[in-house]
Design a protein. Structure first.
Length: 666
């Protein structure tokens, strides 16, 4: 994957500055060792994810990456220090591959994104001191460690935006290399060095291999014009963002002569082009990484199976060899016994084993029958004999049957071991089959990032909502702003207003549209109100809810009191629904088209066959959303974000007891 050039960084910084200035910082994530994602809320646009990859790229992305269950230290620190901060600026440092993102919360902070070499991402305080780097690094001139002052890398080459013709002339005069290398090594890279020369050739024919110091005035002027033609386009924001396809794949912010004959796909912004270019390559990398991880697991069991099968083969060989040696001993009983007697008699006369060995060797050489099988004798007096191409060891102190029994016992021991080894092999084969099956399923359902396409939501989808089992629309606020909207914009005279009797609850409106409210809809709406209140995060299983008529809901506080946004005063009698269930179900319903709905179980049961029931629990939103998505998704209609969006505030668990009971009833 190509790293962004200085020109790319110049363009992307300009676009990001326009997009993110004033945006509010939300959460941060670290999907891989070198990628950090910062989420922003941009007014009028909503969620924007900024992907920063050390030494490679920085751009916003519509391809959400899978995040680790346990966030690493760096993104957690970003959340702690920066969540809620506002972006002040996004700038490139001195036309280098360094981006500075300045934000303000209680004080100013700077995120440094280094895109040169292997790169880094560093959080600085308002005095330019390092709070925490993603990677700790140390050079003789720079120390990237906590509590150290951040020092920018030394300037690398020229700034083509501000360079004058005289400065370019001086650069060439002091160079000991050719033109193209001089330009490339001074911050322009090979691509734009070549492009400058191609554009200069429109004014003067210049060989790129000409020594830079030999250029004349005319040639320097032509090269300066070529350089300015590129960077005037950039400074005037005449961008033509494109992905180049063919023999060479690239992403560039402007038209280049080098790519005039290549197939190109153009985009509205360079940021969007970078997202398509880099994210698709990352998708492929993720699949390869995950496949390699699964292959490692499979190889572990395959290696174990191979070793176990080798062990069994060795046991089988031991059984065959030892049984054969035992038989050879009995088949040559007399010869072996005579030889053992010779050794024992020699020992009784105080001959050493060395002397006995020499004597037996001589006897064998002289053709003595008793010595013809002799091979050697060790320091303990054990004989090695070779009979019918079979080598056997004999202890002269033991009888012939006792020597044979040693081999038979080895064969028996190997037989006993082989039984256990065969059981182990069967177990390993089963484990290998399981892990291969898991791998196949995992690779089929591999979670490579899919493009997040902004959907045209119906008005009620911007709120909490569900359709009751009696086909009545019920809506609720998502936050203080939408609570205001529910009452001021959507609550009509004939509707019913509900609210959980607990601090921290959403405003609910039953949209009757001239119909009469019934007990069934009230019960379902009460469960809806209870579930989307703080009762969920507190882990309650039930919660009292009250309902009133619209005229009882007022934004006018009592004298001397103040009502915060999203809060209302209820006047008159309240009708209570006691112990409403804190429980929701999620499924896909066909209501003005197929869409995800989260609401009371009875409502989901009435409108869809496939749904998941949730209760307050201990599983984080993203983890539970993955399980829900896996169970209800139809034809890739939903994304993980769609599910997360409709979940209550707080951790959840799947209500397995409900599903088991339902299965039993059916």
């Amino acid at each position: 994957m190509k790293s962004m050039s200085n020109v790319d960084v110049f363009t992307i910084s300009d676009e990001l500055n326009k997009l993110l200035t004033g945006a509010r910082v939300d959460k941060s994530f670290q999907p891989t060792n070198d990628i950090v994602v910062m989420r922003f809320h941009v007014a009028g646009k909503g969620r924007v994810d900024l992907v920063m990859q050390c030494g490679k790229r920085i751009h916003t992305s519509q391809y959400p990456l899978e995040n680790p269950t346990n966030p690493p230290t760096f993104p957690m620190l970003l959340r702690k220090r920066l969540k809620g901060a506002n972006v002040v600026s996004v700038t490139q440092h001195n036309f280098d591959r360094v981006v500075e993102i300045k934000v303000k919360k209680d004080k100013f902070y700077t995120i440094i994104v280094e895109l040169f070499d292997k790169g880094n991402i560093i959080l600085l305080d308002d005095e330019n001191n390092i709070i925490l780097p993603l990677k700790r690094k140390h050079w003789s001139t720079r120390d990237i460690s906590s509590k150290r002052e951040y020092i920018f890398p030394s300037e690398r080459g020229i700034n083509p935006i501000t360079i004058t013709e005289d400065e370019l002339k001086e650069l060439f005069a002091n160079s000991d290399s050719d033109i193209v290398r001089t330009l490339a090594t001074n911050g322009l890279g090979s691509l734009y060095a070549e492009e400058i020369i191609l554009r200069a050739n429109e004014f003067e024919d210049i060989d790129k291999n000409t020594p830079a110091s030999e250029l004349n005035e005319k040639e320097v002027n032509s090269l300066y014009k070529g350089l300015k033609s590129i960077f005037d386009e950039l400074t005037n924001e005449n961008y033509t963002p494109q992905i180049v396809k063919g023999e060479k794949e690239d992403v560039v912010p402007i038209d280049l002569i080098q790519y005039k004959d290549f197939e190109k796909e153009t985009y509205e912004t360079f940021d969007e082009a970078c997202d398509e270019f880099y994210s698709k390559k990352v998708n492929s990398d993720i699949k390869n990484i995950k496949e390699a991880a699964w292959n490692k697991k499979v190889n572990k069991f395959e290696k174990r199976l191979h070793l176990q099968e080798e062990t069994v083969a060795n046991f089988e060989e031991t059984i065959e060899t030892c049984q054969n040696k035992g038989e050879v001993i009995y088949s040559n009983y007399t010869i072996i016994e005579n030889l053992a007697n010779v050794v024992n008699q020699a020992r009784s006369k105080d001959y050493s084993f060395k002397e006995i060995g020499k004597t037996l060797k001589k006897a064998k050489k002289d053709g003595l029958k008793e010595a013809e099988t002799y091979e050697s004798i060790d320091k303990l007096g054990n004989l090695t004999l070779k009979i019918d191409d079979t080598s056997i060891n004999i202890n002269p102190k033991l009888t012939i049957p006792e020597n044979a029994e040693i081999y038979y016992e080895k064969a028996k021991k190997a037989k006993r071991k082989i039984k256990g080894a065969l059981i182990a092999i069967e177990n390993t084969k089963k484990q290998l089959e399981k892990i291969k099956a898991k791998k196949d399923i995992a690779m089929e359902n591999i979670s490579v990032p899919k493009k997040r396409v902004k959907k045209n939501l119906k008005w009620y989808e911007k709120l909490r909502w569900f359709i009751s089992s009696d086909n009545i629309l019920v809506i609720g606020g998502r936050d203080a702003n939408t609570n205001e909207s529910v009452v001021k914009k959507y609550l009509d005279n004939n509707d019913i207003y509900l609210h959980a009797d607990i601090h921290g609850a959403t405003s609910i409106a039953i949209k009757l549209e001239g119909n009469e409210v019934n007990e069934n809809t009230l019960k379902e709406s009460a469960s809806f109100a209870a579930s989307f209140s703080s009762a969920w995060s507190k882990g309650f299983s039930t919660q009292d809810v009250f309902w009133v008529h619209p005229e009882q809901v007022s934004k006018t506080p009592e004298a001397g009191e103040f009502l915060p946004k999203g809060s209302f005063v209820i006047r008159g009698n309240r009708h209570y629904i006691r112990s409403a269930k804190v429980q929701i179900a999620i499924g896909i319903v066909d209501y003005e088209g197929k869409r995800i709905m989260a609401g009371p179980v009875d409502a989901l049961e009435a409108h869809c066959e496939n749904y998941v029931v949730l209760k307050p629990g201990y599983t984080k939103k993203e983890a539970i959303a993955k399980k829900v998505l896996h169970k209800i998704n139809e034809n890739d209609l939903l994304t993980l974000d769609d599910v997360i969006r409709v979940l209550p505030s707080g951790k959840c668990d799947i209500d397995t007891e409900y599903h088991q009971r339902k299965k039993y009833e059916n």
